[in-house]
Design a binder for this molecule. Structure first.
Ligand code: CIR
Length: 258
């Protein structure tokens, strides 16, 4: 199976990206460009081919390509981002996925949904899709996504998100389905069936690269050690400039299934 992921090059206005929970601090755009190259190189080194969505230089947050689509098998559900500034980002994602041969569905008004609010755990028995309801994703967006995914056997569940930007800023999942999060920023840690508390905020963010490997930020060394103790291999990348903009490792790519 080809392992393929969408990415989107950062634009010149990156430093103007939206902030909700953090104070603005200067972003070094040249460093951010190098960190993006490092992120793409890390994917490539792990056998992931990357496909670039054409850049959207007028959209400061376009590099966070995860927010523009939810992939489920061969279906690409194009989102309707909750922030108006980000709504123009979806057109090129849709065109790219259409060209790659994926089926296209859309979240339509009045629904809003950001891909960062969607956490999937798919097993041969079926999939569970948790959708964070917070500042960016509303109930109509969740309902629309649930309607698109139900025929594919997915169960969609809404969960509250009030302490961070997106559900996946609070929690992500390991290959075995264990959900990890930094408890002070998780609305309901006890609500997850298998929850692993991590000691650092960026430690909550992993991208599963294969059944025994995860990608995470270099800014969570104690969590890295915790995961290595569980037998996982960890690939770490420095994404400091994106973390200043409330981004994390998950936001910078979208993994595709063939
Ligand atoms: C925003 O506020 O939309 C961006 N500055 C950060 C988006 C991060 N995306 C993600 O967590 N999926």
């Amino acid at each position: 199976m080809t392992k393929r992921a969408l990415v989107r090059r950062p634009g010149p206005r990156l430093a103007e990206g939206l902030l909700t929970h953090l104070e603005r601090v200067p972003v070094d755009v040249d460093l951010a460009r190098r960190q993006w190259e490092g992120y793409v190189a890390a994917l490539a080194a792990e056998g992931w081919e990357t496909v670039e969505v054409p850049p959207a230089d007028d959209c400061p947050d376009a590099v966070f390509v995860e927010d523009t689509v939810v992939m489920y098998g061969d279906l690409a559900v194009i989102t309707r981002p909750g922030a108006d500034e980000r709504k123009p980002e979806t057109a090129a994602t849709e065109a790219t996925l259409r060209d790659l041969g994926y089926r296209i569905a859309r979240i339509e008004a009045p629904g809003t949904l950001d891909g960062g609010d969607v956490l999937k755990h798919v097993t041969p028995e079926g999939g569970t899709v948790w959708v964070g309801l917070g500042g960016r994703t509303n109930a109509a967006g969740l309902d629309k996504l649930a309607a698109h995914l139900a025929p594919l056997g997915a169960r969609t569940v809404g969960v509250p998100v009030s302490l961070v930007l997106h559900l996946k800023s609070a929690v992500t999942a390991l290959p075995d389905g264990t959900v990890l999060g930094y408890p002070p920023l998780v609305d309901d840690p006890a609500g997850w069936p298998e929850f692993l508390a991590v000691p650092e905020e960026p430690g909550a963010h992993v991208v599963v690269l294969d059944p025994s490997t995860v990608l995470m930020s270099t800014s969570a060394p104690a969590t890295r050690a915790l995961l290595e103790d569980r037998g996982l291999r960890v690939v770490a990348v420095d994404i400091s400039e994106y973390e200043k903009l409330e981004g994390c490792v998950t936001c910078l790519s979208v993994r595709l299934r063939d």
